[in-house]
Design a protein around this ligand. Sequence first.
Ligand SMILES: Nc1ncnc2c1ncn2[C@@H]1O[C@H](COP(=O)(O)OP(=O)(O)O)[C@@H](O)[C@H]1O
Ligand SMILES: Cc1cn([C@H]2C[C@H](O)[C@@H](COP(=O)(O)OP(=O)(O)O)O2)c(=O)[nH]c1=O
Length: 228
Amino acid sequence: MLEAQNRRPARFITFEGGEGVGKSTQVKRLLSHLAEISVDAVRTREPGGTPKAEAVRSFILQGRSETWGAGAEAVLFAAARLDHVNELIAPNLAKGTWVISDRFSDSTRAYQGLTGGVDAKLIDALESLALDGHTPDLTIVLDMDPETAFQRVAQRAIEDGLTLTGDRFEKEELDWHRRLRDGFLDIARTNADRCVVLSADQAEDSLENEIWSLVQSRFPELQTGTDA
Ligand SMILES: Nc1ncnc2c1ncn2[C@@H]1O[C@H](COP(=O)(O)OP(=O)(O)O)[C@@H](O)[C@H]1O
Ligand SMILES: Cc1cn([C@H]2C[C@H](O)[C@@H](COP(=O)(O)OP(=O)(O)O)O2)c(=O)[nH]c1=O
């Protein structure tokens, strides 16, 4: 306990953006950088991260809530998030472990709110219930043209000999994904202290370097180690 109190605060970083922009790839690379300098960190994702939240993930992404409407889906995502925050995010931060999440509450705001038409007041209420003060310290919004991102995913699937089926949201039209992109940019603009938009339309290595420089400059304590 004393050891945890003496340590500098653990940070909560989220990655956001459209489909196939490279979030999972960059989350893993950031974890490797943190591990190299011996910073304890866990990788997680939304929807998901805990057994209950993963159950909600399967339910939604298989399309079983598709006819329920965006409002009910926003509630489902928030229910999963509540468990994720209580069971994984808050306990890890409390013991000094950094948490890096592939998507978080801005995804509900962008997908169900700005693109899905759910009232901002409901989104705000769900967010304050689920987060209970656990707002990310930094949100990295990876931004690129959705058409290019889809070509990237399709090309990789061909190389790997896979068939692309597409989950609940990947099947939406290109115009819908363009509105989604604008939604994320809007969120970043209105939360400029927390969000940084980076172009995802660059090589994996150069984006990785840009992210690592950003994280180090945001959290200077990393340059001197984690112990006080
Ligand atoms: N900067 C990049 N340039 C080219 N391809 C990339 C890049 N980043 C990721 N990819 C590839 O694009 C696909 C989607 O990446 P992924 O990290 O899964 O995206 P997301 O988590 O945002 O859906 C994967 O096949 C991945 O290998
Ligand atoms: C967390 C969250 C995700 N989603 C959507 C975004 C994705 O389409 C899907 C998660 O699937 P995932 O396979 O993780 O997508 P990606 O690889 O593109 O990040 O759920 C919402 O609509 N609302 C939310 O609150």
